[in-house]
Write a protein that binds this ligand. Sequence first.
Ligand SMILES: O=C(O)CCC(=O)C(=O)O
Length: 317
Amino acid sequence: MATATQTLTTPPTTNGATKNGISKSNDPYQAALDSLNRDGFVVLPASLFPTFDLDALRAAASRTTTAARNGSWPYIRTLPKQFPPWPQDPSKGIWGVQHLLHPSNPDHLTFAKSYFDAELLKYVKTLIGCSEEELVMELYNMLVRPDDDFELRWHRDDIPATATADEEMQRLAKPGYHAQWNLALYDDSSLVVIPGSHARARTETERNADPYAPELPDQLVVKLKAGEVAFYNNNILHRGVYDPKKERMTLHGSIGSSRASGERARNVLQHGVGEWVKGYDFSAFDAETARRAEGMREKLVEMGRVSGDVGFYSRDE
Ligand SMILES: O=C(O)CCC(=O)C(=O)O
C-alpha cells in the first residue's frame, strides 16, 4: 500500500530513511511528530505542500533580499552578530532578512500564503499538540547567503551555554509550545544538528568543545532540496555553517500555541515583531485564510500586551 508514511521516509528527502528512521504510523502528521520527538528534527518532502508556489516565493525572496542588501529594507541580520538585536547597517553584509510579513513589504502577501498555508498548519498543530484556535502567529524571516564567510556557534535557541546539566534537563523536559521550520527555496545544507540532543543534556565532549567546532560526534548536516521543509526542535544542539558562494534563500518560520504562558514571549518578541503586527492588514487574503490569520495575530498581540519588556537572549553576541 502506498501511504504518506512511505512518502515521508523514502527519498526524495535526502535525510530520510537512514537517519530519520521509519515511523510506525500511517498518519503522515503523526509520523512527522514521531520523527521530531525521536530525532529533534524531521524533513518533509516538497510533495506534501503542493500549494507552495516556489517560483513566486523565489521572486519575492529575491526582491526582498536585494532591498535588504542595499539598505532599503531595514530589518536584517547583520554579520558578525548571531543573536538579536542586529544593527540596521548592511555594510558588513547580512545573513538574514527579518519580518517578511511586515505590511510595508510589497511581497508580504506572497510570504503570508506560505506562512498561513492550510497544510503547513496541519503539521504545525500536530507537532505542537494544539488546536487551530490555539495557534499563535510568531515569526517569519529568511536566512540568506552571507556576503562573507560566517558561521553560528553551537547553541540551543532558548538555553544558554552556561546552563548546568540539571538546568538543561529541566528546560528540555518542558513542552516547547511552538513549531519552528526551514522551508528551502534553493537546495540548502547550512543547518547542522546533533540528532537526539533535544532530549538530553550535553555530553562532556559537547560541553567542552570549541563553540565553533567543525565536527562533533554524530552531527548531521540537514540537506534540504528546494521545496523541502525541516521542522526542528529549537533546543536541539545546532549551528549554521554558511557558504557565501552558494545561493541561500530559506524561509525560517515559527508558530506558537496559546497554551504557553510567558515561555515564548522573549524568543518571539526580541525580534521586534510586536512593533508592527497590530497594523497587519488581512484584507487582501481569501476569507478563510484571513479568518485564521486574524485569530493568530490577535494572540500575538495579546502575548506582547501581557509580557511587557522581554529583553534579549544574548544581546552582545
Ligand atoms: O541557518 C540556519 O538554518 C540556523 C539558524 C539558527 O540556528 C538560528 O537562527 O538560531
